[in-house]
Design a protein around this ligand. Sequence first.
Ligand code: F6P
Length: 322
Amino acid sequence: IRAIAVLTSGGDSPGMNPAIRGIVRSALNRGIQVYGVQRGFAGLIQNDLELLTSASVSNIVQRGGTLLKSARSLEFRQAEFRQKAAEQLAERGIEALFVIGGDGSLSGAHLFEAETGIPVIGLPGTIDNDIFGTDDTIGFDTAVNTALDAIDKIRDTADSHERHFLVEVMGRNSGFLATHVGIAAGAEMIIVPEHPVDIAALSEQLALNRNSGQGSSGIIVVAEGNEAGLTYRLAEQLKQHGQSPHVCILGHIQRGGIPSGHDRVLASCLGAVSVEYLLAGYSDILVGVQQGEVTDIPLDNLLRYRKGLDPELLRIALQLHR
Ligand code: F6P
């Protein structure tokens, strides 16, 4: 292998930069050229690539976002554009593509390899931790800690004013982020798509807490789910049951910021090891983590299976409700 390309795609996540650095340094140290693709698959189609040097990835491990920019490309869903991108890579002598991104981006990467024969290696980059086959994803730990930081602050004002807050966290249609954040924040309740919420019972519980004299304030962590405006709807429903919760949507703050030490190590390791996988002849794989070990997962598994929320974690989280 003489040259590879690397891109970041989909929602950015803190730790994408150390992952890029891991790939670049590990490849350059083996005499392999590395092209950085701007703006994910969109840049691949537009042939927007440039050679990266060791210095290009200096001083980036501590930076949130992605040096290479990211995007969600609609064009890449069409075979003709995937073909065009493959031809452009071949013209530059690029023999493999590294894709750092979430579920959708990695599924696109699998299709690309299947149609064009260009080897693809995926790395899990998303704050959602919803990728099948890997226990952890680059950016998840940082996003949990960012949300905790915000919730700890919300708690101060919730406590002073004896209010309940519905705090919405990201995670798309998965409750991973919400469950971890809820447990770590000591949330009074956690609402996730994997467990239906009974508004009447929730309202009764809040009233009970308030009347007991110990629960005049509280935090309810809500996973955004697939429904836009879900948390406002829940607040409205609670109002109809006599409660008056405030709503705080944490939003994109969860995607930014300095990557945690955990995410920097995870990203650097996955980046460096992914190059070893390519050189060992692997392709069409996700390089992820299972039970603390770096491992490979066939990318087509991502099309066939969905990562479910750990039922044991959910069971424990529900036990911590008040
Ligand atoms: O997949 C990462 C994520 O941040 C989700 O948690 C969220 O639902 C989505 O991306 C938001 O995407 P966008 O920034 O494109 O609106």
